[in-house]
Design a protein around this ligand. Structure first.
Ligand SMILES: [Fe+2]
Length: 383
């Protein structure tokens, strides 16, 4: 017999046009002073204006912080917190990709807890739930709108750390695929392949369970079918809707089953070379799968079937490996680079990447145990 825990603390509102529900959702949370946290990309795409019009329509007061940067730093989150305090905000609405959402999780936490963000690094360190948070993703990738994780950068130490607590999960996730229609192909590809990495790592995680497995497999099926369409024709609302459905399911899966070696490596690649998270995973995933597939061949066969590959003939390991080839093909179809050298990594720091990856919590859940020497070999291959 086995035991498992599965939780999704966040209420989900899904569908084209759902952003219109915002005033009602804010009222249900008994809040009246909104602070919106977002970035320039969201402003330039006209998405902020769309949302503020909806909020104004509900006669709700709001202020805006629109200077979120990629890899949100503790320093910047402190700034968001100061502004929220000044404005007397009682709810934050995060609009954007992982950076505005993770930055907002940090700012909501600071509104109700003493000390520095670094004090809450690790698992279950947050004592009091922060002020309410509504997350509105504008990419189909991170899953941050339903997760208990915030990945933050400590600029002084040049590292990233993760806060893991159900007390920082957003109260409501508003997933409106119409907001992703203007996302450029490169970001569509990188964020979509991040979602694929979430699904694959959650599915093959050492603590995977039946509920996260179902979510992860369905996410893989949808991403394989719809990501190239969303990359090639951004205004295809069906492809955008299915990608958002997929990244949500992948997010719920890894919120419970956690991740693996690709994310363990993506973290130092982000901290040392500022490679965008999705791009780092897109490059690493096929190499990591090649290392992992022999440790979970039955699961790799199920993945190949989810991708729609015809597996008549072939033995267990050949069939399992066809999932690796399928992902390689998908990365290629999405126009992503294949090598770390093409995305700004430096060969002389690869030892450091391996060393830092070994310290990642996510590594504990990888289906095959990896030593520092093996990780160095994998990143060397990918270079
Ligand atoms: Fe990720």
């Amino acid at each position: 017999m086995y035991q498992y825990t599965f939780a999704t603390p966040t209420r989900i509102e899904f569908g084209a046009g759902t952003a219109k529900k915002l005033p009602g959702l804010i009222a249900q949370l008994a809040c009246e002073k909104v602070m919106i946290v977002t970035d320039k990309g969201v402003v330039n795409a006209g998405i902020l204006e769309k949302i503020t019009q909806i909020i104004e329509g509900g006669n709700i007061q709001y202020s805006v912080f629109d200077k979120v940067e990629p890899d949100p730093s503790t320093r910047m989150i402190e700034e968001i917190y100061q502004k929220a305090k000044q404005e007397d905000a009682d709810i934050i609405i995060a609009i954007g990709g992982g950076s505005p959402m993770d930055a907002s999780k940090g700012a909501c936490l600071l509104m109700k807890n003493e000390g520095r963000l670094q004090d809450y690094a690790g698992v279950d360190k947050v004592k009091v739930k922060g002020i309410p948070l509504i997350a509105i993703p504008t990419t189909a990738g991170t899953g941050s709108e339903v997760t208990i994780f915030a990945v933050l950068s400590d600029l002084e130490a040049n590292t990233k750390f993760t806060i893991t607590s159900s007390r920082i999960a957003p109260d409501v996730a508003v997933l409106d695929p119409e907001l992703t229609l203007t996302l450029p192909p490169k970001i569509t590809a990188a964020t979509g392949l991040d979602a694929l990495t979430h699904a694959i790592e959650a599915y093959t995680s050492l603590i995977s369970e039946p509920i996260s497995d179902v979510l992860a497999l369905e996410a893989m099926r949808l991403i394989y079918r719809y990501l190239p369409k969303a990359v090639n024709n951004g205004t295809d609302l069906e492809a955008r809707t299915m990608m958002m459905q997929a990244e949500l399911m992948a997010g719920m899966a890894f919120n419970n089953a956690f991740l693996g070696l690709s994310h363990a490596i993506a973290s130092p690649l982000g901290a040392l070379f500022h490679i965008p998270h999705g791009v780092a995973n897109a490059v690493m995933l096929p190499y990591v799968m090649k290392f992992n597939y022999s440790a979970a061949p039955e699961k790799y066969v199920q993945m190949a079937l989810a991708f729609g590959i015809d597996l008549r003939g072939g033995d267990l390991y050949e069939n399992a490996y066809s999932a690796v080839n399928a992902v390689k093909m998908l990365v290629h179809l999405c126009g992503m680079p294949k090598k770390l050298r093409d995305i700004g990594a430096k060969e002389e720091l690869l030892d450091q990447v391996a060393k830092d990856a070994l310290l990642s919590v996510q590594l504990r859940f990888n289906c095959r145990k990896a030593t520092e020497a093996q990780i160095r070999e994998i990143v060397g291959d990918a270079y």
